[in-house]
Design a protein around this ligand. Structure first.
Ligand SMILES: Cc1ncc(COP(=O)(O)O)c(C=O)c1O
Length: 446
C-alpha cells in the first residue's frame, strides 16, 4: 500500500494519540515498562529507515528498535515471506517435522564462526542465554559461571544474575555461583590504567578471579563482544584472545552473547569475528528475524551433544519465525547490508569524532561498524568524568523533535547510542551529525 504519511491512507485506524496511550499505559501496564522521552510520539508505521507517528511525522531511525530491524522496517521481501508462511502453516511445535527450522539451523551453522554447528531455537535472547548456561553445565559437569561487569544478558532470575549492572538486577534473590570480572571499559578502567600501557589488565584479571573467587569448577564465561546496554563498551583487540587463552588453561567454555551485536551490526556477521576468537556457544536473537520474536543458541558438536534429555520450546523455531529469519538472512546477503555496515561504520565514527571534538559534554566515542556510542560527561576536561544523564535525555528529546530517533544506554544512562538499520546511507549520517552538533550546542547552553 503506497502511503506517504501515517494516518492518510483510506480506512486508516483512528489513533489514540500519545496522551491517551500514556493514560492507558499508566493504568494497565506493570510500571517496570519505561519509555524514552518526556513527550513520546505514538509510533504507528515503519518503512525502511523511517518511522512515522500518529500525526504523520517522519523520523529517521538511528536505533532500529535496539538493534533489531537491521534490514529496515517492514522490508517488503521479509514481510512477504512472513505473510505467505502465516497463510500456509503457522504453528505445529517441534514434535512435528517442519522444514523452515531445519533450513535455518543449517544456515546458522554455515554463517557462524568456527565449529559452531548445532542450534536450539526459542523466542528471546534471555531464553537463548538460559539455554547456553544449561548447555555448558551439561557439557562440563561444572556449575559456576563468570560474567562481565556492565554486561546484560536478560530478564529472568538467572540471566539477571549474570547481568553486571545494578540498574537491571531487579530480582532480590539472585542466583549464586556467578562471579564477575571487570569489563574492558577503557574510558573508566577498573584499574585506573590507560590502554595500551595497561597490558590488558582486565583480561589478565580473569585468571586471578578464577583462582581466588571461584571453587575452580567454572563451566563457562559469558560475554557480549561489545557491551550494548552497558554503553557500547568495546574491548581492545587483545582482550578476547587473552581471555580465551586463560579459559582454555582452566577448561572453561566461552559463551558469546551476540543478541545485540549479531547479523551485520558491526560490519561482520558476528562481532566476535573482529577478535578472531572461537566461542564454544553463541546466543542470538533480535536482528535474526528483523522484528519477529526469536532466540537461538548454537554450540559446537562436542558441547551440543551433551544435551540429550528432552528439551522443547513451544514456539521456538516455529515456521513463521524460522521463515522470517531465513528471509532476513537472504535480504542481508542480497543487499550486502553487512558490507554497508562495514563501509559506513568508519564514516559514522569519523563524523561523530569530529562532532565530539567540538563539545564539552562528549567524553568518549566508541564502537565498531554501525554500533557506535558517545558517552556524555558534565565536563570532559575534568578528570572526574562525571556522567551526564540529564544532558543525554535532553539530546535524545531534541533530536526526536528534529525527526531523528537515537538510543541511550550505559551504566549511568549517559551514553548516546547510534545503531541504525543497516540500510542507511552517507546522507543519513550527515543529517544525523549536523543535527547532533547543533543539539549538543543547545544542551550545553542550558
Ligand atoms: C546482549 C543482550 N543479551 C540478551 C538480551 C535479552 O534479550 P531479550 O530481550 O530478547 O530477552 C539483550 C536485550 O537487550 C541484550 O542486549
Amino acid at each position: 500500500m503506497a502511503v506517504d504519511k501515517a494516518g492518510t491512507s483510506p480506512g486508516e485506524k483512528a489513533y489514540l494519540g500519545p496522551e491517551r496511550l500514556l493514560a492507558k499505559k499508566k493504568e494497565y501496564l506493570i510500571p517496570c515498562v519505561y519509555h524514552f522521552y518526556q513527550n513520546p510520539p505514538q509510533i504507528v508505521r515503519g518503512a525502511g529507515k523511517h518511522l512515522y507517528d500518529s500525526d504523520g511525522r517522519e523520523y529517521l531511525d538511528f536505533f532500529a528498535g535496539v538493534s533489531v530491524v537491521n534490514c529496515g522496517h517492514c522490508h517488503p521481501e521479509i514481510v512477504e515471506a512472513l505473510c505467505e508462511q502465516a497463510r500456509t502453516l503457522q504453528h505445529t511445535t517441534t514434535v512435528y517435522l517442519t522444514q523452515p527450522m531445519m533450513d535455518l539451523a543449517e544456515r546458522l551453522a554455515q554463517l557462524t564462526p568456527g565449529n559452531l554447528k548445532r542450534s536450539f531455537f526459542c523466542s528471546s535472547g534471555t531464553e537463548a542465554n538460559e539455554t547456553a548456561v544449561l548447555l555448558s553445565k551439561l557439557a562440563t559437569g561444572k556449575s559456576e559461571f563468570l560474567s562481565l561487569r556492565n554486561g546484560l544478558h536478560g530478564r529472568t532470575q538467572l540471566t539477571m544474575s549474570l547481568t553486571g549492572m545494578a540498574f537491571w538486577r531487579t530480582d532480590p534473590t539472585p542466583v549464586g555461583g556467578i562471579t564477575f570480572v571487570p569489563s574492558a571499559y577503557c574510558y573508566r578502567c577498573a584499574f585506573g590504567k590507560t590502554y595500551p600501557n595497561c597490558d590488558v589488565a582486565c583480561a589478565r584479571e580473569v585468571e586471578n578471579v578464577i583462582r581466588t573467587s571461584t571453587s575452580g569448577q567454572v563451566a563457562a564465561l559469558i560475554a557480549e563482544p561489545i557491551q550494548g546496554n552497558g554503553g557500547i563498551i568495546t574491548p581492545p583487540p587483545e582482550y578476547f584472545p587473552r581471555v580465551r587463552e586463560i579459559l582454555d588453561k582452566f577448561g572453561i567454555l566461552l559463551i558469546i552473547d551476540e543478541v545485540q551485536t549479531g547479523f551485520g551490526r558491526t560490519g561482520r556477521w558476528f562481532a566476535i569475528e573482529h577478535w578472531g576468537v572461537q566461542p564454544d556457544i553463541m546466543t542470538m536473537a533480535k536482528a535474526l528475524a528483523n522484528g519477529q520474536p526469536v532466540g537461538a543458541v548454537i554450540a559446537t558438536e562436542e558441547v551440543a551433544m551433551a544435551y540429550t534429555r528432552p528439551g522443547a520450546s513451544t514456539l521456538g523455531g516455529n515456521p513463521v519465525t524460522a521463515t522470517t529469519a531465513l528471509a532476513t538472512l537472504d535480504v542481508l546477503e542480497k543487499y550486502d547490508l553487512v558490507g554497508n555496515a562495514a563501509r559506513l561504520g568508519p564514516y559514522l565514527r569519523e563524523r561523530l569524532e569530529q562532532v565530539a571534538s567540538r563539545h564539552r559534554l562528549t567524553g568518549d566515542v566508541r564502537g565498531i561498524g554501525l554500533m557506535q556510542g558517545v558517552e556524555l560527561v558534565k565536563d570532559k576536561d575534568n578528570p572526574a568524568r562525571e556522567p551526564a544523564p540529564e544532558a543525554t535525555d535532553a539530546v535524545l528529546e531534541r533530536l526526536k523533535d528534529r525527526g531523528i530517533l537515537i538510543g541511550k544506554n550505559g551504566f549511568s544512562r549517559n551514553v548516546l547510542a547510534f545503531q541504525p538499520p543497516l540500510v542507511i546511507d552517507r546522507d543519513d549520517v550527515d543529517r544525523l551529525v549536523t543535527d547532533l552538533d547543533e543539539v549538543l550546542a543547545e544542551v550545553e547552553r542550558l
